[in-house]
Write a protein that binds this ligand. Structure first.
Ligand code: UT7
Length: 401
């Protein structure tokens, strides 16, 4: 089976209005602007207000991405929301996003920490490449400020809130995800953990008094992991794409710490001009960090037709994820379509028709079932009073309910 390309056809970002600077933090914990700037490169971050949620931020970014792609929410075939800070454990945030957007497609949440967006992009690409779906929305969102202990200087100075979304669209043009390298090292999971929220702990007052509902981090261990894994995964993903370091036009690293990025690119021999960094404005926004950087790179005109972007991330798990994406032309300007591509289009049309007729059949069946159930319920007193049993179609549906 030949595979299709998945082009990034839309993009949108959202950051909360409120900005928290290093100087603001000086008034909250025992820290200072000099330490934060030198050790991390962060100057300020955006913090959500009380009314905001991960789903509201994701929807704000997604609407912009749909607009750029020229799509309605109902055109989407799949929504993937990558986050570690959902609105609730249940219901899942991806379904909340689907509902708020007015989309009718399946949706799922992907939880791999700061690597979530790259994991999501690669996953979305698989659905398009195989021909299963045509339009996939991938969102990286994080409202991490509500999981921070604002008395813990080891963590609270590092993180920020935000969301970035892209639309992946099936394309005949050779663009989009060219290769990927995903990984997990669960033995190191304890170094970046919210110890109290999950089945491993019973939520009680003692646990809350110990502050186990907040994110805890062994910064040095994560630092060591990051500086080792970033160059390694970059080389692997380039090898998978049949490329070398020199072929990268723009490197978009996870925006956690400027020192980690500097060390990684020095080891790789990538010049600074080819690396996109915006962490001084946003801090570490976890799963939103790569899409926020990608979208700003697009907005600043850093990408041109055919450029190769390498995105490389690390995070909770501990995990890593990298991908090489070739930047493509906007929709509506696709090159001449070859014969075999026409076959793809006809196949896609046939599949769409089949899907539509199946969905009409399923809808008709549902209406029939519900009508027969309602009729059975209405007639229940009558049947009871004359001592008769309900007809089979009504008995069946009553049992189902
Ligand atoms: O997305 C993945 C999430 N995590 C990360 O990417 C984090 C990776 N790790 C890091 O970025 C760095 O390890 C940190 C920025 C967290 C810390 O930098 P570091 O150079 O590894 O500092 P350190 O932990 O070795 O601490 C150095 C000193 C310590 O004081 P002493 O023991 O030398 O007296 C800390 O107590 O800095 C102190 N310190 C601070 N001082 C002022 C720690 N946090 C702060 C702070 N302000 N906020």
């Amino acid at each position: 089976m030949s595979l299709r390309y998945s082009q990034i056809s839309g993009w949108g970002k959202y950051v909360p209005e409120k900005v928290l600077t290093n100087f603001d933090l000086e008034k909250m914990v025992d820290t200072n602007d000099e330490w934060i700037t030198q050790r991390t490169g962060i100057k300020e971050r955006h913090i959500a207000d009380e009314a905001e949620t991960s789903s509201s931020m994701a929807v704000a970014a997604a609407k912009k991405a749909l607009d750029v792609a020229g799509l309605q929410a109902t055109d989407l075939d799949l929504i993937i929301v990558s986050t570690s800070s959902p609105d609730y454990l249940v219901p899942i945030v991806s379904s909340l996003v689907q509902d708020k957007l007015g989309a009718t497609c399946p949706a799922f949440t992907l939880v791999t920490g700061c690597t979530g967006f790259v994991y999501g992009l690669v996953t979305g690409h698989q659905f398009i490449a195989t021909g299963a779906y045509d339009n996939v929305l991938v969102i990286g969102v994080e409202l991490i400020s509500k999981f921070l202990d604002w008395t813990d200087r080891d963590t609270c100075v590092l993180f920020g809130d935000g969301a970035g979304a892209v639309v992946l669209a099936a394309s005949n043009t050779p663009t989009g995800v060219k290769s990927f390298d995903l990984g997990s090292d669960g033995a190191k999971g304890k170094h970046l953990i919210v110890p109290g929220l999950g089945t491993a702990t019973k939520i009680d007052h003692a646990m809350i008094d110990r502050g186990e509902q907040y994110l805890r981090m062994n910064g040095r261990e994560v630092f060591k992991f990051a500086t080792r894994v970033m160059p390694k995964s970059t080389l692997k993903v380039l090898e998978n794409a049949g490329m070398t370091v020199d072929d990268i036009d723009l490197l978009i690293p996870h925006q956690a710490n400027a020192r980690i990025i500097d060390l990684a690119i020095r080891r790789l021999g990538i010049p600074k001009e080819k690396v996109f960094v915006n962490l001084h404005k946003y801090g570490n926004t976890s799963a939103a960090s790569i899409p926020l950087a990608l979208i700003e790179a697009i907005e600043e005109g850093r990408l041109k037709e055919g450029d190769h972007i390498c995105m490389v991330s690390f995070g909770a798990g501990l995990t890593w994820a990298s991908t090489v994406v070739q930047w493509g032309q906007p929709l509506g300007q696709t090159a001449e379509v070859a014969d075999e591509d026409l076959i793809w289009d006809i196949n896609a049309l046939r599949k769409r028709l089949a899907r539509t007729s199946t969905s009409v059949r399923v809808k008709a069946r549902t209406v029939l079932d519900e009508t027969s159930y309602k009729a059975g319920t209405l007639m229940l007193p009558l049947y009871t009073s004359v001592g008769k049993r309900l007809p089979w179609w009504s008995r069946k549906n009553s049992r189902k309910k």
